[in-house]
Write a protein that binds this ligand. Structure first.
Ligand code: F6P
Length: 358
């Protein structure tokens, strides 16, 4: 078979491991040929391709980014975009397409499938919030980067008697915030799932310092929201002052510095903030992500040969299975309650204490 491959949306460590697994198993086991469509859906819309064979995937396993490059191009926003995707697949004699991406990329894959294109998806998001799969590759690497940053921030916060707010990625869900916050021993963890009361956060830090601690670490997902009040962003996420991308997403960012200001104002403790941003997405994938990404790639090429189009490789328990793309894009996967409980355990205690006093 001849198979097109693309990577779309924000990059994350492990993309190259997926591509390598697809090409190696495809070439060695099935005798497949490949064509790489570059820069996400832009490559299919504009017919930008690169050779994809055993030599191009040599040595890419430990490399971050994606040799196919990526973009947030949405074919539906370009004249005849979806039709051009189908035509360019035909032009290159592709029998099938493997699209590696998050909910945006996979929603385009689903549209193409509905129009008769033979497409298989591979789930990708650093945020780990794609429905239908337990973990996406790249998440573990991001958590490791964020956890070691929190460890470093701990020592400088301790040396200076400071509160430090660490802003991590997580647009709609707080997986990175919870895992890195729990792993790094943060004192407060704020996630998009639970709007927070800034006075309660300040009180929590005051109480901790009253118990003799003289520094605190707050981890906030970029999509965490103040519980309300116009002055406090009225329950909306803090945004960078720019427009939307082609999928309609606003660019988040800045909650760390807003929080630092508000915490210092309320507690009188000197407070700083750091934004980890794209550092979490860059660099070499962890061993866990290399293995997971490889398994996704192997799963996807097998699905192509079993004719499971309109489906995505997914991790359930410790097995790679095949699920409908429609299931993966239907909703956004929030952090499990048990993990939220672990991350917000201290806040719960504060509430209990307030109940007991009243
Ligand atoms: O969707 C994944 C993500 O990493 C989000 O956490 C973040 O808001 C966004 O991508 C950043 O996107 P960009 O790379 O386009 O700035």
């Amino acid at each position: 078979m001849k198979i097109g491959v693309l990577t779309g949306g924000g990059d994350c460590p492990g993309l190259n491991a997926v591509i390598r697994a697809i090409v190696r198993k495809g070439a060695f086991h099935y005798g497949d040929e490949f064509v790489g469509f570059m820069e996400g859906w832009r490559g299919l819309v504009e017919d930008k391709t690169m050779p994809l064979d055993l030599s191009t995937v040599g040595g890419i396993l430990p490399r971050g980014g994606t040799i196919l490059r990526t973009s947030r191009t949405n074919p539906s926003k370009h004249a005849d975009g979806l039709q051009r995707c189908a035509e360019n697949l035909k032009k290159h004699n592709c029998d099938a397409l493997i699209a590696i991406g998050g909910d945006d990329t996979l929603s385009v894959a689903q549209k193409l499938f509905a129009n008769g294109v033979k497409v298989v998806g591979v789930p990708k998001t650093i945020d780990n919030d794609l429905a239908g799969t337990d973990f996406t590759f790249g998440f573990d690497t991001a958590v490791n980067v964020a956890t070691s940053a929190i460890d470093r921030v701990h020592t400088t916060a301790e040396a200076h008697n400071r509160v430090i707010v660490v802003e991590v990625m997580g647009r709609d869900s707080g997986w990175i915030a919870c895992y890195s916050g729990i792993g790094g021993g943060a004192d407060v963890i704020l996630v998009p799932e639970i709007p927070f009361d800034i006075d309660q956060v300040a009180e929590l830090i005051r109480q901790r310092h009253a118990r003799g601690r003289y520094f605190s670490i707050v981890v906030a997902a970029e999509g965490a929201k103040f519980a309300g009040g116009a002055e406090m962003h009225d329950g909306a996420p803090v945004l960078q002052d720019v427009g939307r991308d082609e999928f309609g997403h606003l660019r988040l960012g800045g909650i760390g510095s807003v929080l630092a200001r508000e915490i210092e104002k309320r507690t009188g403790f000197e407070t700083r903030s750091v934004v980890l941003g794209h550092i979490q997405r860059g660099g070499s994938p962890s061993a866990f992500d290399r293995v997971l990404a490889t398994r996704y790639g192997l799963g996807a090429i097998d699905m192509v040969h079993r004719g499971e189009f309109g489906h995505m490789a997914a991790l359930r328990g410790n097995k790679i299975i095949s699920i409908p793309l429609a299931e993966a894009i239907a909703s956004n996967r929030k952090v499990d309650q048990e993990i939220l409980d672990a991350a917000t355990g201290i806040l719960d205690k504060l509430e209990e204490k307030a109940d007991k006093v009243s």
